[in-house]
Design a protein around this ligand. Structure first.
Ligand SMILES: [Ca+2]
Ligand SMILES: [Ca+2]
Length: 238
């Protein structure tokens, strides 16, 4: 004998209730007609069935935060005595052509701490020239997934952060990505207008974080002094 599906059970249950209520209505109508015909008030009250319900509505919260919000290379200078014209500071590879600056091995991390998937955009509040004070300076960024599978596109393909590293290219599947370029430049110049770095950053805590690494090149003739710049991330419900 075939098992009856849940769907079929539900349909039958609904049909049974409709028939039962219909029968009650017909019976009440007959009684009321009879009461009215003999000058009595019709039945207007209905028995109430006590019940209790508990309801909880979880509202959608779009929220994103920097879980690692500071990169500080401290102070230093270009190693001109060593023959370098530029000092390159990076959160991915060792500094190069520099003296005294700190090695920083972790960039920024952003995390989706709400309960809805987010499209993520990133911008810098300064260009390289504004940040370092010289047009030949470089200020570059790179985005990678901090937890595997954190960022997907609308069809669910993973590792679609942009710009990304060659490490992300290995999982690219040409058959499911409509021929789009799998990997951007490893580092690219920061943008002072919003750039989408992840079409859909997931919210479940195990897979909800992105890395933003930076690379700064300081020419030997850059003006001295403390330099400070900011990155602004925007998450939009998708
Ligand atoms: Ca996480
Ligand atoms: Ca989360």
């Amino acid at each position: 004998m075939n098992e009856i599906s849940n769907r079929t059970i539900m349909v039958l249950l609904v049909a049974t209730i409709v028939i039962s209520l219909g029968g009650t209505f017909i019976s009440l109508s007959a009684v009321n007609n009879r009461l009215t015909s003999i000058g009595l008030a019709p039945i207007t009250g209905f028995a109430t069935v006590p019940n209790a319900t508990a309801t909880v509505t979880v509202n959608t919260v779009a929220s994103i935060r920097f879980s690692a919000a500071t990169v500080a290379f401290s102070s230093g200078s270009v190693d001109t005595a060593g023959g370098f014209n530029n000092c390159t500071l990076s959160t991915i590879v060792a500094n190069s052509g520099c003296t005294d600056f700190l090695e920083v091995s972790n960039g920024f991390t952003i995390e989706n701490d709400g309960n809805t998937n987010l499209s993520v955009e990133l911008r810098s509040n300064q260009t390289a020239a504004q940040f370092i004070g010289l047009g030949s300076a470089l200020f570059l960024w790179n985005v990678t997934v901090n937890e595997s599978g954190s960022c997907v596109n609308i069809t669910g393909r993973e590792d679609v952060v942009n710009p990304n590293t060659t490490a992300d290219c290995g999982t690219f599947n040409t058959s499911t990505d409509n021929g789009a370029t799998p990997c951007g430049a490893i580092f690219e110049a920061v943008s002072t207008t919003n750039k989408n770095i992840c079409p859909r950053l997931l919210f479940a805590d195990a897979n909800d974080a992105l890395n933003i690494d930076i690379n700064i090149s300081i020419p030997s003739d850059a003006p001295t002094g403390a330099k400070l710049t900011g990155l602004i991330v925007t998450g939009t419900t998708t």
